[in-house]
Write a protein that binds this ligand. Structure first.
Ligand code: TGC
Ligand code: FAD
Length: 387
């Protein structure tokens, strides 16, 4: 497995164990069927309890039966899951970083007790509803609103592109609280069997097909006041969750690129043209050399993020730089890997084109490449260029 500057030599025993467990799990249980799931547009939901049992949901959080592993271990886990398919990493990212993290960081004790253990084991599934049909890159324009009355809150609105929505037990719905003067955005824990909650699956995706994505309708959905996340108010709530998930994506994208590289190298050594392996041609070697270099520099950035996160010095803008760089790298390099496989490269028998198609989603969600460019531009100049 490509680890050109021996970064894995510095992993501690727990980090190695998580790497090996994740590799073994995806190789034995997910990889054999992932192309079929991709073609069918399904996710291997039967494996969710096992993902939980192995501690793959929010393992970097503390308490409530969660393992509290290092940020490096968490990153390595995301890398290994995405080396199989971005849909598998997405499942773990949403459950851990976008649903369990906000409950852990901003929830009441009762909310934590109700959800964190069950979500950690995969018995309960969550989804994160921020994006709306008319508000993607600018979620602060959201129209979904909650009105307070004597019995709690009444929520109306719609969300779209929501990973796991059709299989979720609970949705964190970000909505404007119309009862407060400045109408702040608040997080609401909405059980998906409440009256007025509806969801449907988006079936026409050409990317991230091995992941369940849906729309959510909220039509006079009533929730009690104790379902509001008490610890946060304003856009900082959802945006801080995104920082956690983007961190995992910066690692995960490296895994997808690494897997595509491994397939391209193996193929080049085995495929004969002009009386010998294509790996002997300088043109093919240049592609492998460039791929390995790009993957290695992205890995270095991911490892550095983990150090900064561990000591509390990680800023959201650092994460934006890594998400932007590493996903662009994976988008470019999976395409080169696909090219090296010739005609076979466009089939589901090999992973590079599946990774390449997945990267179109990963480049777009959790802040598009353009949005991360502007976040960095603002950090570097002090001038916001969003509007
Ligand atoms: P802005 O005025 O800049 O900030 C509001 C408050 O939030 C704080 N903040 C952050 N905190 C933590 N992490 C971040 N990344 C933060 N960004 C901002 C900020 O300090 C401020 O705090 P305070 O205390 O002063 O109130 O907010 P804005 O509304 O103007 O945001 C601008 C912008 C464009 C950067 C933001 O809207 C953005 O990032 N847009 C991209 C939207 C996005 O990424 N959506 C993702 C949806 S979820 C998803 O895609 C899941 S995919 C899952 C999967 O399958 O893996
Ligand atoms: P738009 O915001 O309409 O952007 C269209 C284009 O305009 C992009 O190229 C963008 O970069 C560009 N653009 C926008 N604003 C600017 C600007 N100021 N300057 C320059 N260019 C700009 N959301 C959730 O809440 N939860 C989820 O679980 C979730 N899962 C997803 C799963 C999938 C498969 C996908 C595809 C998306 C998911 N999303 C989710 C939504 C995702 O976060 C949004 O698609 C993303 O934020 C972009 O929003 P948009 O699609 O509305 O594009």
């Amino acid at each position: 497995m490509l680890d050109y500057v021996s970064l894995e030599a510095d992993l501690d025993a727990e980090e190695r164990m998580i790497r090996d467990t994740a590799r073994e799990f995806v190789d034995e249980k997910v990889r054999p069927d992932i192309a079929d799931h991709y073609e069918a547009g399904t996710f291997p939901t039967d494996l969710i309890p096992e993902l939980g049992e192995l501690g793959f949901f929010a393992p970097n959080l503390e308490g409530y039966g969660l393992p509290n592993v290092s940020e490096t271990a968490y990153g390595i886990l995301m890398q290994e899951l995405e080396a199989c398919d971005s849909g598998v990493r997405s499942m773990a990212s949403v459950q851990g970083s976008l649903v369990m993290y906000p409950i852990h960081a901003y929830g009441s004790e009762a909310q934590k007790d109700e959800w964190l253990r069950d979500m950690g084991t995969g018995e309960a599934i969550g989804c994160f509803g921020l994006t709306e049909p008319e508000h993607g890159s600018n979620p602060s324009g959201m129209e979904t609103a909650a009105e307070k009355d004597a019995d709690g809150y009444l929520i109306n609105g719609s969300k779209t592109w929501i990973t796991n929505a059709p299989i979720a037990d609970v949705a964190i719905i970000w909505a404007r609280d119309r009862s407060a003067d400045d109408e702040p955005v608040r997080g609401f824990l909405v059980e998906t069997d409440r009256d007025g909650f509806s969801t449907n699956k988006l079936d026409d995706k050409l990317s991230l097909r091995a992941s369940i994505t849906g729309e959510i309708g909220l039509n006079d959905v009533r929730v009690p006041e104790e379902n509001v996340l008490p610890g946060v108010s304003g856009m900082k709530g959802p945006l801080s969750c995104l920082t956690q998930a983007r961190y995992g994506i910066a690692w995960g994208a490296v895994g997808a690129a690494r897997d595509a590289f491994e397939q391209a190298r193996d193929y080049a050594l085995e495929r004969d043209q002009f009386d010998g392996p294509i790996a002997r041609f300088q043109l093919q070697q240049e592609k492998l050399a460039e791929m390995a270099t790009q993957i290695t520099t992205a890995q270095l950035l991911a490892y550095r993020l983990a150090e900064l996160k561990e000591r509390g010095d990680l800023r959201p803008q650092h994460v934006s730089m890594a998400k932007r760089n590493n996903v662009r790298m994976a988008r470019d390099q999976t395409r080169v890997a696909r090219e090296m496989l010739g005609g076979n490269g466009i089939t589901t028998d090999y992973s590079p084109m599946r990774h390449m198609a997945n990267m179109e989603t990963v480049y777009t969600y959790e802040g598009t490449h353009d949005i991360h460019t502007l976040i960095l531009g603002q950090d570097l100049t002090g001038i916001a260029a969003f509007e």
